[in-house]
Ligand binder design. Sequence first.
Ligand code: ADE
Length: 262
Amino acid sequence: MDILALTIFPELFGPFWEHGIIKRAIDANKITASALNIRDFAKDRHHSTDDRPYGGGSGMVMLPGPLALSIQKARVAARDARTVLLTPQGEVFDQKKAVELSHEKGLILICGRYEGVDERICQDFIDEEISIGDFVLTGGELAAMVVIEAVIRHIPGVLGGSDSAEKDSFNDGLLEHAHYTRPRDFMGNPVPDVLTNGNHKDIEQWRMESALIRTFLKRQDLLKNRTLSQQEINILKKWCSDIESIIKAQSVFGVGALPGDQ
Ligand code: ADE
């Protein structure tokens, strides 16, 4: 995949390309990555990239001219790339979108600044507008990095383990199970026994229950929007009956009463 970020701060991307998963993906020829400076496409002697809005009002708007030229240049470097504008007004980015974008041949990510981008660019040059959440950043650079990182994890061969991305939280609609590493006992808090007894079937079962309970406790919305497997339904039913028997046991003593009260 060819990745091009269009920005007025290309230097922000240097360290990003040079570390971790991005660097590994570049070194393994899974992606190419570069940043184009929108300012290099400005025609006036001040190299302006913004101007005051027609109709008045506060803030500045990114000029269409330099943006259009930089997009054209990027499209020559990355043929058939998808052109994405990072903006808080876009569709909110999620794991599904990350997987979808990972199938693209290229991504041109336009990092908006100022109050916004001239509407004619949005209409005629952009395939898609993406937001990384309902909050406002000063510019789209950090948002572009978030999108790049989330997308390239799904390109085959970019992550170490072949199935690591599939096991990520959200990929099967559940949060990930709890993780533990050494020491076996940390400040009096031991690792669950099942993880240390070497029984892989038990470990798989525990991980599935752990993923299910974490999703139930933290993100019930994910469970509501997902078709549950029969095994997952059985686990939920078992919890229901366990909870009911705890409540039933309480009613023997009366609500709010303690066992010793009788
Ligand atoms: N630019 C400014 N805020 C943004 C956001 N929330 N997502 C994407 N790009 C942005």
